[in-house]
Design a protein around this ligand. Structure first.
Ligand SMILES: [Mg+2]
Length: 92
């Protein structure tokens, strides 16, 4: 269920600007992760902020393409696969 405020944001500002903002926010999070890893920066508050921004935009992406249920299903299956790989890893 999409947050009503985010549904309203998508409707008000439109598909194209909001989908571009998904890309923009993912780039900002990417930048902060790289900064943390490669320069050993203490930027956890920036990572918190950009993670929230990405989650907000991903919610709008799922609403825009009407894929929330499909994503949830794929994610659940993927997590099972990861669990299987971990079990195999532990039993090596
Ligand atoms: Mg941001």
């Amino acid at each position: 269920m999409t947050n009503p405020v985010l549904k309203r944001a998508l409707k008000t500002w439109g598909e194209q600007p909001q989908m571009l903002m998904v890309v923009e926010e993912m780039a900002e999070l990417t930048k902060e992760i790289l900064k943390n890893i490669s320069r050993g920066k203490d930027n956890i508050s920036a990572i918190v902020e950009e993670t929230a921004d990405v989650e907000i935009m991903l919610e709008q992406l799922k609403e825009n393409y009407k894929i929330a249920d499909a994503v949830a299903e794929y994610k659940a299956n993927k997590i099972k696969l990861i669990e299987q790989r971990l079990n195999d890893w532990d039993n090596k």
